[in-house]
Ligand binder design. Structure first.
Ligand SMILES: Cc1cc2nc3c(=O)[nH]c(=O)nc-3n(C[C@H](O)[C@H](O)[C@H](O)COP(=O)(O)OP(=O)(O)OC[C@H]3O[C@@H](n4cnc5c(N)ncnc54)[C@H](O)[C@@H]3O)c2cc1C
Length: 411
């Protein structure tokens, strides 16, 4: 059995670490925060997760919140202007429900589970010296540090990174006093063309069930009012203002005024979607292997990152288990990442295509889903698996063929 070090106790690192321990490997994990510090810190994500990824957690017995978390078994997309004029609307059922567990709730529990299984958890902000240390004493070093600074050790792959700057200003807010949508609970994607998006779904936070908002503002546009926002109250007021001004249909769900679930329930930032080469070299010449966000970072608009992290961890886990006693060399690392990329290129394309000026064929598909209920069902399930709608969602000629073969019921 191998001796493996993982840097980063997040969605990917802990999933992999727990899986490796359960397979009999020896695992060291370096985390720059204790479980208590994570629980007491700010929110980090909206972390909407779907059937496939949740199933991988279930396989490891770490889906502890199946009963206690709100679930949503639908997706809704509305494109409308600030006056509420609707240009496009569809809703569809997901075959398996999604859920969102605040990472401040989830990661401390997973860290405890990691230690309970015999994992060696070390609290340290890993830099080059710590990486050299674990590289010398372990068979494999996996970096799962998310957006952390050590990610700069890995080089951007320009062929897989079509975007070179942030496409949105992100604002994450966990709230109470937002009424459930009519009908089944669903992930609600609202697009105000040229301005930005508002995405919401129910989640489980420190205080219990809540509603989680991600507001995505086009940089420099009318929704980009975040520069002067400093305090949680200002953030909440800005969120409510944007909702009322740009997404009047969703604003109808506000029950009086929105309330934050806690004073750390806000986050603002920008992400440049980037895919990197998966192997980096330390000054000693030792190779380290990147996992999830550190080497494949997406804008959260389509809610793929945590799902990708879980799916990547599963691929790495299976590859390590299948490896036997051979060395974990650079060729092996590249081959395992290619296996992941064979899937990840779809969520990357899914997200980037939604961030940019949508191609004509994509608009036609989404429009068709208004009347074609089975297509709406397929699109609702695409959050779970963006590969399932290849090639037609990603390619104009295939889309033409796909749409021509569908029988859309007459209105
Ligand atoms: C606003 C927002 C909304 C999002 N919404 C969704 C969504 O709805 N659905 C979805 O699937 N994804 C979503 N994501 C993305 C998702 O949160 C990430 O893709 C996912 O958490 C990545 O997991 P990870 O394990 O790679 O990294 P992380 O979760 O970032 O974990 C990395 C860990 O490593 C630690 N670390 C960093 N550097 C070091 C170091 N030097 N030494 C030791 N430890 C270190 C960090 O503190 C952290 O604990 C969202 C992201 C954002 C920003």
């Amino acid at each position: 059995m191998a001796k493996i070090a993982i840097v980063g106790a997040g969605q990917a690192g802990l999933h992999l670490g727990i899986g490796l321990l359960m397979s009999g490997h020896r695992v060291t994990m370096l985390s720059n925060r204790t479980g208590e510090q994570i629980a007491a810190g700010p929110v980090t994500s909206s972390q909407s997760m779907y059937g496939m990824a949740l199933g991988l957690e279930r396989e490891l017995g770490i889906d502890y919140w199946q009963e206690s978390s709100p679930q949503y078994a639908g997706a809704q997309m509305r494109v409308a202007d600030s006056d509420g004029n609707i240009m496009l609307y569809w809703q569809g059922a997901m075959d398996e429900p999604g859920q969102s567990i605040d990472q401040r709730v989830k990661m401390p529990v997973w860290m405890d589970r990691f230690v309970e299984l015999g994992g060696d958890l070390r609290i340290v902000d890993a830099g080059i010296a710590e990486l050299e240390g674990v590289a010398a004493s372990h068979d494999l070093v996996v970096i799962a540090s998310g957006k952390g600074e050590i990610g700069s050790l890995f080089q951007r792959n320009p062929d897989r990174s079509p975007l070179t700057s942030p496409q949105r200003v992100l604002a994450l807010t966990y709230v109470n006093r937002f009424r459930p949508r009519p009908g089944i609970p669903a992930i609600c994607i609202n697009i105000n063309p040229g301005n930005g998006e508002f995405v919401s779904f129910p989640g489980l936070t420190l205080s219990g069930p809540c509603e989680i908002f991600t507001i995505e503002s086009i940089p420099g546009g009318p929704m980009d009012i975040w520069a002067d926002v400093k305090t949680p109250d200002e953030h909440l007021a800005a969120s409510e203002h944007l909702l009322r001004t740009f997404f009047p249909h969703e604003a109808e769900r506000i029950d009086g005024h929105l309330e934050l679930t806690d004073d750390k329930a806000v986050l603002r930032g920008r992400i440049t979607p980037t895919t990197k080469y998966p192997v980096a070299t330390l000054p000693s010449g030792a190779k380290i292997f990147g996992l999830a966000d550190v080497v494949c970072l997406n804008d959260p608009l389509t809610g793929q990152g945590s799902n990708n992290a879980s799916k990547a961890a599963k691929i790495y886990l299976d590859a390590i288990n299948a490896h036997g006693d051979a060395a974990f060399d650079e060729a092996w690392m590249n081959a395992v990442f290619e296996q992941y990329w064979d899937y990840a290129r779809f969520p990357v394309a899914y997200t980037n295509q939604t961030l940019g000026q949508p191609p004509e064929h994509m608009l036609r598909i989404l429009k068709a889903a208004e009347t074609d209920k089975e297509l709406a069902h397929i699109m609702a399930n695409s959050f779970n698996d963006p590969k399932s709608i290849a090639p037609w969602y990603y390619d104009a000629a295939s889309a033409e063929q796909f749409l021509s073969e569908r029988t859309v019921p007459l209105q």
